[in-house]
Design a protein around this ligand. Structure first.
Ligand code: CTP
Length: 431
């Protein structure tokens, strides 16, 4: 097991206020609160009256190591200041999960008639808001309009619900983002805030290993979990990008893929095809996948016996084309490309050569034979090579923090977004 001990968790020591409103997804919050405490956050919880019927204030008090606040606590002749003001000023980060239709409506319309509602109005800290409700409620014009308003607020990071089976037995949009994704988004809020500098941009990311068959039962792969690429994809999505993710088999929480347009593949050939199809749509490409270098030319589809396998392993191999170098050749004008380099030994020397050979704009070179970096680690470190012979050390830091730094560097190379056409101008196709 690798040690990520020197890397400080962005949630450690942070004051996190958790507001829970009335949706059945509230039952997922106690364990999320526990996870936050285990990561070193200071946590305070507050429950709306409807949420208090679904989840126990006692459980939240135990797990957060602090009394859980209810509407009845808001005003007290023994308190010098109202509780909603105290809580709003105490919080560095706020999570509202689940955010029900009613709490959304109160917030957006500026109504402060309960503890959660008035705390949110008094709050100046960034807020992660995770909606959850029945599909029809989510599609109701009033809720759509309220959500649109919320999405325009600069200090709010909105996480719309995912599709799935709802507690009302309906299949559709409405499930609250899973707790692992909420933790990730909170970490992103702590690192980056609510900035949406990638709004309107399209990012294509590859992640994870490829798997090359040796025969019908065996394969050649590598220990990539896909973590760096998927975190890059989620960070971009949280910063407003539309993200397409082409990925090999991942060893990550499935919820980390929510909100991304995913194309799972297995072999390098399938990855090459999927990337080629998506490349023309992208403003930027990040090639984080650990692609095989060699594959068997014609692997048998049946399982070879042990005795037959041995001799075949020394023959019948071919080189896998370099997908990154290929993307550089076929890129549309203005597209910027980030490559990765997994190195052992002399990282910088080999990376300089790789950057020149592959022709990408940026190359993040990271050691895979040192602590705090490499396959499966929670953290990463390395050098970012870029235009003007720039060689910038990054990390050691959590992989999400590195992802944000890479996105900032990549974003700086993007062309400015096309200005909106003047009113009355002909459509783009006619100009
Ligand atoms: N890459 C690729 N296609 C391959 C191999 C690698 O697109 N067949 C990409 C990776 O996604 C990464 C970059 O090239 O962005 C560097 O990958 P890396 O494994 O570090 O280097 P290789 O090119 O495979 O060279 P070597 O194994 O000799 O270090």
């Amino acid at each position: 097991m690798r040690s990520d001990r020197q890397v400080v968790d962005p949630l450690s020591g942070r004051r996190v206020l958790v507001g829970i409103s009335g949706s059945i997804a509230a039952v997922k919050l106690p364990l999320l609160v526990s996870a936050l405490v285990q990561r070193g956050a200071q946590v305070r919880c507050l429950l709306t009256p409807s949420a208090a019927r679904l989840v126990s204030a006692e459980a939240l008090a135990c797990l957060s190591r602090h009394p859980c606040h209810l509407d009845a606590d808001q005003w007290s002749h023994q308190a010098a200041r109202p509780l909603h003001v105290e809580l709003a000023e105490w919080a560095e980060l706020v999570l509202v999960a689940p955010l029900s239709a009613t709490s959304l409506g109160r917030w957006v319309h500026g109504l402060g008639d309960s503890l959660l509602a008035s705390t949110l109005l008094a709050c100046e800290a960034p807020v992660l808001a995770a909606a959850a409700m029945n599909t029809a409620m989510w599609s109701a014009p009033a809720v759509r309009a309220n959500w649109q308003t919320l999405c325009g607020w600069p200090e709010v990071l909105p996480l719309g619900p995912a599709a799935g089976l709802l507690a009302c037995d309906r299949q559709g949009d409405g499930r609250m983002a899973e707790p692992e994704l909420l933790l990730l988004a909170l970490e992103s809020l702590a690192l980056w805030g609510c900035g949406r500098d990638w709004q309107g941009r399209r990012l294509l990311v590859s992640a994870g290993p490829t798997v090359e068959p040796l025969d019908g039962a065996r394969c050649l792969t590598n220990p990539s979990t896909g973590r760096m690429g998927v975190l890059l994809a989620q960070a971009a999505r949280l910063r407003g990008a539309t993200v397409e993710l082409v990925h090999g088999p991942l060893s990550l929480p499935a919820s980390w893929l929510e909100g991304l347009s995913c194309r799972p593949v297995s072999t390098a050939a399938a990855m090459e095809q999927a990337l080629a199809a998506a490349q023309p749509r992208a403003d930027a490409v990040a090639m984080a996948a650990a692609v095989a270098d060699h594959r068997r030319s014609s692997p048998p589809s049946h399982k070879l016996s042990k005795a037959a396998l041995g001799p075949t392993l020394s023959a019948g191999w071919e080189a896998v084309p370099d997908l990154l170098a290929g993307l550089v050749q076929t890129r549309p004008q203005g597209q910027v490309i980030l490559g990765f380099a997994a190195q052992s030994g002399d990282v910088l020397g080999q990376a300089r050569d790789k950057w020149r050979r592959k022709g990408c704009d940026l190359l993040f070179a990271n050691p895979i034979d040192q602590p705090e970096a490499g396959f499966g680690a929670g953290s990463n470190r390395g050098w970012l090579l870029g235009p003007g012979a720039q060689e910038r050390p990054l990390g050691p830091a959590g992989k999400l923090a590195v992802a944000h730094q890479l996105l900032t560097a990549l974003g700086a190379l993007l062309r400015p977004p096309a200005p909106d056409p003047p009113a009355g101008a002909p459509p783009a196709a006619d100009r």
